[in-house]
Design a protein around this ligand. Structure first.
Ligand SMILES: Nc1ncnc2c1ncn2[C@@H]1O[C@H](COP(=O)(O)OP(=O)(O)OP(=O)(O)O)[C@@H](O)[C@H]1O
Length: 342
């Protein structure tokens, strides 16, 4: 991403009340609202261009458009035996949960992914590829007091522990045999996911929700009930970072909001550290990932060993300038990170 101050692009002037516009297939321009400029700068415009995105999707994009452009390449790699991660990031109420899960009438990335996986499995049946088994897990990381806790969304297991190896002890993996079965499993998990209303988004998710789909070749691990091998596709719906004055949070809700903001800050620091390390290999890779449970779990991705895709969900209104600017800055190292996957 490149950020520099320049006049707004001529062809696409900012519509009133909007601070973010697409300026090309992989770039956006963010303009500081006049009300936020210090007195002597009023009347001028301060616009930053962020580029290097693989796609900029307008608000009227369909769920299928997003799947095709963003998720499909990861699913193809997963079916080809490589692990991958999709993370939806953005402020509260920006549409992350809608994008990742969608609704029954308008399915999002998870159901569309499951449909694609099972269509591909049906098509490959009878071919020379060995048949595969798929397993699904679904859990959330939430704030408890001043700490973090993992909750299994597919079972009532009480104690889940994130181990040093970044695996979760006690997490249930359910064998899935059709997209329909898997989707109803995910819907049940969603009902269990803790959501609590905040002033900013009445359906706000106060937790990080993670789904993993594991593909195992039947012949490889047929006898094991809980195979641990195979490629894994991970999809993470992060809780939206939020500015305190927007949300009216108090007490335990404020602690939750600090946890969410901390997780997203640590995520951003991990991206920055990885890029710094890739630019200068002599610089040791800072272990920021240790500072939140989600980043500990995603360590392999945040240390550049596996491929990840980020979706940045943004609200383009002037009122959302601070959140949008924070997100774009936080994620901007990502576009320059290179992954050398074995
Ligand atoms: N593209 C869209 N089309 C229709 N409705 C949408 C779209 N994007 C978001 N919404 C609606 O906007 C509201 C907020 O979206 P959503 O809950 O997905 O945000 P979020 O980013 O996940 O927020 P949080 O981090 O607080 O959970 C929801 O009611 C959702 O249904």
């Amino acid at each position: 991403a490149r950020a520099k101050e320049q006049p707004p692009p001529k062809k696409q002037q900012q519509p009133p009340g909007v601070c973010l516009v697409a300026t090309g297939p992989g770039s956006v321009a963010l303009t500081v609202p006049q009300a936020k400029l210090v007195d002597h700068r009023r009347g001028r415009t301060a616009t930053e261009v962020f580029d290097g995105f693989s796609a900029v999707l307008p608000p009227d994009s369909s769920q299928n458009d997003i799947f095709t452009q963003v998720m499909n390449p990861l699913v193809d790699e997963f079916l080809g035996g490589k692990s991958g991660l999709l993370v939806a990031m953005g402020p509260t109420g920006s549409g992350k949960t809608h994008t990742v899960f969608g609704t029954a009438r308008n399915p999002g990335l998870v159901p569309l992914t499951l449909q694609k996986i099972f269509t591909a499995a049906d098509e490959s049946e009878g071919g020379n590829q060995s048949p595969r088994l798929f397993y699904l897990s679904m859990f959330e990381i939430l704030c408890e007091g001043k700490g973090e806790r993992i909750l299994d969304l597919l079972s009532d297991a009480a104690e889940l522990v994130l181990q040093q190896s970044a695996t979760i002890k006690g997490l249930k993996e359910v064998a899935i045999s059709s997209a329909m079965d898997a989707e109803s499993l995910v819907s049940r998990g969603m009902l269990k996911r803790s959501t609590a209303a905040t002033d900013a988004n009445s359906e706000s998710s106060r937790s990080q929700c993670i789904i993993t789909i594991r593909a195992v070749h039947k012949t490889v691990d047929q006898k094991s009930e809980h195979p641990t091998s195979g490629s894994v596709l991970t999809i993470a719906d992060l809780a939206g970072a939020e500015r305190k004055k927007n949300t009216g949070n108090k007490g335990s809700r404020l602690l939750e909001s600090n946890f969410i903001n901390n997780t997203s800050m640590v995520f951003g620091l991990c991206l920055r550290a990885l890029l710094d390390h890739q630019k200068n290999q002599k610089k040791t890779l800072e272990k920021h990932f240790k500072n939140s449970m989600l980043t500990r779990y995603l360590k392999d991705y945040l240390e550049g060993r596996k491929k990840m895709t980020l979706i940045l969900n943004v609200k383009p209104g002037e009122d959302d300038y601070a959140d949008t600017s924070y997100l774009l800055r936080q994620a901007s190292p990502y576009m320059k990170i290179r992954v050398h996957q074995p």
